[in-house]
Write a protein that binds this ligand. Structure first.
Ligand SMILES: NC(=O)c1ccc[n+]([C@@H]2O[C@H](COP(=O)([O-])OP(=O)(O)OC[C@H]3O[C@@H](n4cnc5c(N)ncnc54)[C@H](O)[C@@H]3O)[C@@H](O)[C@H]2O)c1
Length: 402
């Protein structure tokens, strides 16, 4: 992995907890990447995620679009989000990162944090918006912010649009892979680890597309039903951290040990919680044919080699979970969300599905041509696009070039 442009470690003067910011690279002076909070978060993990963000941005490059990809970055705080001290730590971290957020780093929610919480803490830390660094790149800032505010106000069946687009992209990636293999959605079963923002939305979209969701896991363990879980009931019974109240389980639903989601009898596995969930040992228990990485870095490299050798296809995170990030920029730059658009959610989902189907199709085709994994193909495609973006737009905006 190439060396990041910038990495820094912050220590909270009140609790001693540590936080990190890694900027992998800049495009026109700006980078993008969410902020995660989890106990045990490391600088190395954040650097890997920042690199992934550079690729996610580049993969969505479309010379015809208004959105021009940014560089990649990531923030991380080593703290349990349920710790009573967590909110104070978050505000102090954002205060310390203020110069970067004001000038070059656009951020948002990731594992352990919700967008509402990040927004509230950012305001308390004296920031206008956690994406204010991109404002100078917009044609009409007021109109762009209006589009984003309007988009964030949209809810579909109890879940905000911002928390749905990512899962819509994951689901479309899965459906594209199933189509390419000639498998009908009704013949596919899915097991999901994590029922938070990404896992929850993915489960909804896959269930609505006709797949049977046979297992989901949250921090408390796995819930399973070979005949299919009632996904909407589980979604409605989540707390703010994506933990499901077991009181809603039906008599035929079973509670299984933590990692039972991994070995579920399903065609598709969706790790949508933590990094490093699938390793060289536990991969042997996987029975699925496809793994769609809704989470960032859930499958370790050694595990992927073994999985590939036995015919399991890993659809890589940089592709599969890239839609949330892209949706922010499609909205802010004005590719979608024009005032008066018929139905903002329909438009966002249609745009997401089109973009993800094209991207996943291209990645699978390249992997087939090159005889590589989809991950290697995605990285090669990202490298091609990154070279073009750098050539066209540069690391710094023209007026700031040093
Ligand atoms: N939120 C986004 O917009 C976004 C976008 C791209 C990628 N991601 C990635 O998706 C993953 C999940 O993010 P999120 O925002 O959905 O998180 P979240 O905090 O909303 O939800 C996490 C879910 O995982 C469960 N979980 C946590 N630890 C677990 C464990 N050890 N075993 C089983 N379940 C566990 C939690 O109970 C919860 O249901 C992360 O890797 C994140 O980087 C998120």
């Amino acid at each position: 992995m190439s060396t990041p442009f910038m990495s820094l470690t912050w220590t909270d003067h009140v609790t001693g907890r540590r936080g990190f910011l890694v900027v992998d690279r800049l495009v026109r002076g700006v980078c993008s990447g969410g902020l995660r909070m989890r106990p045990g978060c490391t600088l190395e993990e954040v650097a890997g995620l920042a690199r992934g963000m550079t690729m996610k941005e580049a993969l969505h490059y479309d010379p015809r679009a208004r959105y021009v990809p940014l560089g990649g970055a990531k923030g991380g705080i080593d703290c349990d989000p349920r710790d009573p001290a967590a909110y104070g730590v978050l505000v102090r971290y954002l205060r310390a990162m203020r110069p970067y957020i004001a000038d070059s780093w656009t951020t948002g929610e990731d594992l352990g944090l919700t967008q509402d919480l990040v927004d509230r803490a950012a305001a308390e830390a004296g920031l206008t918006s956690c994406v204010q660094a991109v404002h100078p790149l917009l044609d009409d800032e007021a109109a762009a912010r209006g589009r984003l505010t309007a988009a964030f106000a949209v809810e579909v069946d109890g879940i905000g649009l911002d928390a749905l687009v990512g899962g819509c992209g994951v689901a479309e990636s899965v459906l594209t892979a199933l189509d390419a293999a000639g498998v009908a959605p009704a013949d596919a079963r899915v097991s999901v680890q994590g029922l938070g923002t990404m896992g929850g939305a993915t489960a909804r979209f896959l269930a609505r597309a006709g797949l049977t969701v046979v297992a989901v896991a949250d921090i408390k363990g796995t819930v399973a039903n070979p005949a299919g879980l009632d996904v909407e009931a589980l979604l409605a019974a989540r707390d703010a951290y994506g933990t499901v109240d077991r009181a809603v389980l039906r008599p035929a639903d079973r509670e299984l040990p933590d990692d039972a989601w991994l070995s579920a009898d399903a065609e598709v596995l969706v790790p949508a919680a933590v990094s490093y969930a699938v390793d060289a040992d536990n991969q042997a228990r996987i029975r699925a044919r496809w793994i769609a990485e809704a989470a960032n870095m859930p499958v370790l490299a050694d595990a992927e080699r073994l999985l590939t050798a036995r015919g399991v296809t890993v659809l890589p995170d940089v592709v599969v979970n890239s839609a949330t990030n892209a949706w922010w920029w499609w909205t802010l730059f004005g590719d979608i969300g024009a005032v008066g658009a018929a139905d903002p959610a329909d438009e966002a989902f249609a745009h997401t599905r089109r973009a993800m189907r094209a991207l996943v199709g291209e990645v699978l085709a390249r992997a087939g041509r090159d005889g590589t994994t989809p991950r290697a193909a995605a990285h090669a495609l990202a490298a091609d696009r990154l070279a073009e973006i750098t050539e066209r737009f540069g690391w710094y905006a023209p007026d700031a070039s040093a």
